[in-house]
Write a protein that binds this ligand. Structure first.
Ligand SMILES: [Fe+2]
Length: 253
C-alpha cells in the first residue's frame, strides 16, 4: 500500500497538549508508523492558551526526526501549525512563512469548538482575501457549521479546503459530529483526513482505517481512501491543484 500523509497532529514534545517529552513523542510517532502513516506534519497549537513560540517548531522537529532515525523508525516529520484565528493577525510575515504546512503555501486554521464564534466564517472570508491557501482544521466539530452547513459550503466554494479528523468518522466525538462528518463526505466537502493525534493512547495517530466505518451510510467511500490520505494531502503540501476526487461509485475495471 502506498503511503499515508497526516497533515494535522500534535507530535512535537513539550510544546502544547501533545506529548510532554521525547519518549512520549517517540511512542506516538512509532504508533503512527505502525499504522501505515509515512509522513506526519507536526502542527502545534499557535494560540493564546499554549503560547508556543513559532521558532521552536523546526528545532523540535529536527530533534524528533533524529531520534526516529536513531531507532530505525521510518517516518518523515514535516512542520506546520494549527493556528487560532485570534492569533493569526499577531504573527509576523516571516513567522507565518515558517508555519505553513510542509514547504507549501497552506495555513491550517483551527475551527472553534464553541458557539461563541458566531462570525468566524466572516472573519475567514476577510483573511481569505489576503491568504489564498487555507485548510480548515476539523470544521465537522464546530457547532457553527453543524447548525448551518451552508456557511461551510460557501467557504469551500470560495476555495478553502476542509481537513476532518479521522476520529470524527469513527464516533470518538459523539454522534452529532459523526453524522455531520458523513454528511460532509457525502457532499464532497472534505479534502483531507488527518489524525489530530495528541498521544499514543487516548487520541492516537493512525488514519488509514477510519473511512471504512462510514461504509454503511456511504457505500464505496473507501474508494476515496488514497485520495483523502495521500493524494490530496500531497498536493496541499506541494501547493499543487488537487487531483480529481474518485467517485464513490467507480467500478473497478
Ligand atoms: Fe489539533
Amino acid at each position: 500500500m502506498a503511503g499515508v500523509i497526516d497533515i494535522h497532529c500534535h507530535v512535537l514534545p513539550g510544546l502544547d497538549d501533545g506529548p510532554a517529552n521525547l519518549p512520549e513523542a517517540l511512542a506516538m510517532a512509532g504508533a503512527a508508523a505502525a499504522s501505515g502513516t509515512t509522513m506526519m506534519v507536526a502542527t502545534p497549537h499557535i494560540d493564546h492558551t499554549w503560547r508556543v513560540r513559532p521558532q521552536l517548531i523546526p528545532q523540535r522537529a529536527v530533534m524528533l526526526q533524529d531520534a526516529l532515525r536513531d531507532r530505525g523508525i521510518d517516518l518523515q516529520i514535516e512542520t506546520g501549525a494549527e493556528i487560532a484565528i485570534s492569533r493569526l493577525t499577531e504573527l509576523t510575515r516571516s513567522e507565518l512563512a515558517g508555519l505553513r504546512l510542509g514547504s507549501g503555501p497552506y495555513l491550517l486554521l483551527e475551527c472553534p469548538l464553541t458557539t461563541a464564534a458566531g462570525d468566524f466564517d466572516l472573519m475567514l472570508r476577510a483573511i481569505h482575501s489576503q491568504e489564498e491557501s487555507i485548510v480548515l482544521a476539523h470544521p465537522e466539530r464546530s457547532p457553527l457549521f453543524q447548525q448551518e452547513p451552508a456557511r461551510l459550503q460557501r467557504l469551500v466554494e470560495a476555495g478553502l479546503l476542509c481537513s476532518i479528523t479521522a476520529g470524527s468518522i469513527t464516533g470518538v466525538f459523539g454522534q452529532t459530529v459523526r453524522r455531520f462528518s458523513i454528511e460532509l463526505l457525502r457532499e464532497g466537502l472534505v479534502h483531507d483526513l488527518s489524525s489530530d493525534a495528541h498521544d499514543h493512547f487516548k487520541r492516537p495517530p493512525g488514519i488509514r482505517d477510519a473511512l471504512a466505518s462510514a461504509e454503511p451510510e456511504l457505500p464505496g467511500i473507501s474508494r476515496q481512501q488514497e485520495w483523502l490520505t495521500l493524494l490530496a494531502p500531497a498536493a496541499i503540501l506541494a501547493g499543487e491543484p488537487l487531483p480529481p476526487r474518485p467517485s464513490r461509485n467507480d467500478r473497478p475495471r
